[in-house]
Design a protein around this ligand. Structure first.
Ligand SMILES: Cc1ncc(C[n+]2csc(CCOP(=O)(O)OP(=O)(O)O)c2C)c(N)n1
Length: 314
């Protein structure tokens, strides 16, 4: 059952300082703003008619609070190794990747975080210990598990609800449980494999299967950031855990199309919670500053980028 309040712990915001909440919110705002810049750069053309971005792009719009809350939970303690799949701009930005590096990567420049050769689907960044992926869904789950086995370093593996169906992902859960590896598996469950919903594809739940493999710390929850941060606090990170986080991809699997209003917009829900917590003014100021920064970032690379659509959608 997909609901925006699935597994949400009421009042979870009270467990965190205003400072921590606002830092988490800032990460999410930066992701949303950045993805707007990518959309505009993708949709608009250069004066000679050629494209600014010539590769397929996979946007995280709508899913921002998954990576931003997990990052907020970890980064004050440790810089974990990160294994994402093709939809990974959010992970890179949330965990402190330089936005210029991602922008340049998408614009095919050698100053990009992967030298302009990885592209949207394979964001690789040694400074933040983020490993690019190969394009086969779920292989990052197996490779990340091997990394944690070899190094015993804290490792976070983000994968989609479709990747969870690959044999090598399921086998990795078993190995991680058997070896008690320090891995947080995050299934970013946006309900879609391209256009096919989870219920059409399978009759099992990844949390039940992970528990069956011995990952006792397995939870189904919606993308409420404070619930996610709470769950991270409560688990033992020295052994494996799995969160299946229900979230919503606002734009198409690939590119910038949109099929209508999303199931929910976590950003709008979070802003209401911030308002009730008396943080509206600070949050609003922060969002404006981030938007300004990210506008400058894109204008620096594409001075004639028309920002109207983004500004109209704020
Ligand atoms: C092994 C494998 N099978 C099929 C594909 C084709 N494919 C690319 S993306 C995708 C859907 C991925 O969905 P999910 O893992 O849920 O991630 P999301 O795109 O929703 O973020 C599929 C089936 C692939 N890349 N690799």
């Amino acid at each position: 059952m997909r609901l925006p309040d699935l597994g949400v712990l009421p009042g979870a915001i009270e467990q965190f300082s205003a400072h921590q909440t606002l830092k988490m919110f800032e990460r999410a705002c930066r992701i949303r703003a950045f993805e707007w810049g990518v959309k505009l750069a993708h949709d608009q053309r250069k004066s000679d008619g050629s494209k600014h971005i010539q590769m397929p792009i996979y946007l995280s719009m709508g899913q921002e609070f998954v990576a931003s809350s997990v990052a907020e939970s970890f980064l004050s303690k440790v810089q974990p190794a990160l294994f994402g799949q093709h939809r990974c701009h959010d992970i890179y930005l949330a965990f402190g990747g330089r936005p210029e590096g991602l922008r340049d990567e998408l614009l095919h420049k050698d100053t990009g975080c992967a030298g302009g050769m990885g592209g949207s689907a394979s964001i690789h960044s040694p400074p933040i210990k983020m490993f690019g992926t190969d394009g086969f869904i779920g292989t990052n789950v197996a490779i990340g598990t091997g990394y944690a086995y070899a190094t015993r370093e804290p490792t976070i593996i983000f994968f989609g609800d479709a990747a969870a169906e690959e044999g090598w992902a399921l086998e990795s859960f078993g190995w991680a449980a058997f070896q008690k590896l320090p891995i947080l598996f995050i299934c970013v469950d946006n309900n879609m494999s391209v256009l096919t919903e989870v219920d059409v594809r399978r009759n099992w739940n990844v949390v039940d299967v992970a528990k069956g493999f011995g990952i006792e710390q397995s939870f189904d929850l919606a993308d409420d950031p404070w619930t996610i941060m709470n769950r991270v606090r409560m688990i033992d990170l020295s052994c494996p855990a799995l969160f299946n986080i229900h979230t919503v991809r606002h734009w198409w699997h690939n590119g910038t199309g949109c099929d209508g209003p999303p199931e929910w917009d976590r950003m709008a829900i979070v802003k209401k919670v911030l308002d009730r917590a008396g943080l509206f003014v600070q949050a609003h100021k922060l969002e404006r500053e981030v938007n300004f920064d990210v506008e400058q970032l894109w204008l620096e690379a594409i001075p004639d980028l028309d920002l109207t659509e983004w500004r109209d959608n704020r």
